[in-house]
Design a protein around this ligand. Structure first.
Ligand SMILES: *Cc1c(COP(=O)(O)O)cnc(C)c1O
Length: 350
């Protein structure tokens, strides 16, 4: 830290991203990327867009917003796009939490970092013992609500009926539903936007659209809320999405066959993975995401994490309250999961 840093940022604890190894070849099951490459149409579109890189990207991002809006069944003026959904979330925390933020104790670990960065009054709401969320706990919470649905790292999802309870009980604050993992089997809240003025749905191309490195996230909300997001974006980074990513995103949305194929494969592999891991004695949540969340009665989370790393397999483990014995394991290809099962069989005998 230098003597020039504004002292208000001295206590800030930045987000720790999952390891992105550069040297050793690991089987990477730690950051919930897709195990499949982007569609050939996406690669082609990005390459063609590269020929125009001498020009600034379109600050209105219409090339990405229009196809996305069509796919979501909303109007382009009801869609905002950002440099990853982390940027979209940052703007929401910075500008749309006038009375603070509230979120679960076990959820996306970026929320507390953003609340701290923005100096917000944060109300942390504990999940139940089994990691399910009790919608009634959010009645009249008085702060912008952030809910990852399905939740990370548990994979557990709320139904639209449960979200109804939260939205109805909080007409005076925004409820942000972060749907990073929604396309692996949960119900999207997008159809609820017509009924609720206080709803913002956030999504990303990182998990179900093979574009984590392309950095594209979005928010869907009524026009006035999207205008608020634009007001902030045009105050710090008008060209926030690059032209290659916009072209890639449009091509991704248009290649629905590829999208369906990849997400169906991930869901099938998840079902098989859960069966196998439960067979090995693991306890697992009923994940509706592209990862499983598991613990073993005989081995601590830290032990398993380290042994798997030795075996060349990266998974995610947090030395944090409530979840220190749990591992979050991304659903990879069937082959990658076979390697995981084989490694675990050996580790569990030791
Ligand atoms: C991965 C993830 C994001 C961030 O996605 P990017 O679009 O890659 O920034 C947001 N929310 C949750 C819950 C996530 O797991």
């Amino acid at each position: 830290m230098s003597e020039f840093l504004d002292p208000k940022f001295a206590p800030l604890k930045p987000y720790t991203p999952g390891e992105q190894p550069r040297e050793r070849k690991f089987i990477k099951l730690n950051t919930n990327e897709s195990p499949y490459p982007p569609s050939p149409r996406v690669v082609k579109a990005a390459g063609e867009a590269a020929r125009g890189l001498q020009l600034y990207s379109d600050p209105t991002c219409l090339a990405a917003r229009a196809p996305l809006a069509r796919w979501l069944g909303v109007k382009p003026e009801e869609v905002f796009v950002g440099n990853g959904s982390d940027e979209v979330l940052t703007i929401l925390f910075a500008a749309l939490c006038p009375r603070g933020a509230s979120y679960a104790d076990v959820t996306y670990s970026f929320y507390p970092v953003l609340a701290q960065l923005c100096g917000l009054d944060a109300k942390v709401v504990p999940l139940r013992e089994d990691f399910t969320l009790c919608p009634e706990d959010y009645a009249g919470i008085g702060r912008t609500v952030f809910i990852a649905n399905p939740n990370a790292p548990t994979g557990l999802a709320l139904t639209r009926t449960q979200l109804d309870v939260i939205l109805r009980a909080n007409p005076d604050v925004l409820v942000v539903v972060d749907e990073a993992y929604v396309h692996f089997g949960a119900e999207s809240a997008v159809p609820m936007l017509t009924a609720y003025k206080n709803l913002v749905v956030v999504g990303t191309f990182s998990k179900s659209r093979q574009m984590a490195g392309g950095r594209l996230g979005y928010a869907v909300a009524r026009k006035e809320v999207i205008e608020d997001l634009d007001r902030i974006k045009f105050s710090f980074n008008p060209y926030n999405v690059n032209s290659m990513t916009m072209a890639a995103a449009a091509a991704s949305v248009e290649d629905n066959v590829y999208f369906e194929d990849c997400r169906q494969k991930v869901m099938a592999t998840r079902t098989h993975t859960l069966e196998k891991l439960r067979g090995l004695g693991f306890e697992a949540t009923d994940s509706l995401a592209n990862f499983v969340f598991v613990r073993h009665p005989q081995k601590s989370g830290g032990e398993l994490y380290k042994a798997l790393r030795e075996a060349g397999i990266l998974v995610r483990w947090w030395d944090a309250p409530r979840i220190a014995d749990w591992l979050r394991i991304t659903v990879g290809t069937d082959e990658q999961m076979e390697a995981l099962f084989a490694a675990l069989e050996v580790i569990l005998q030791q």
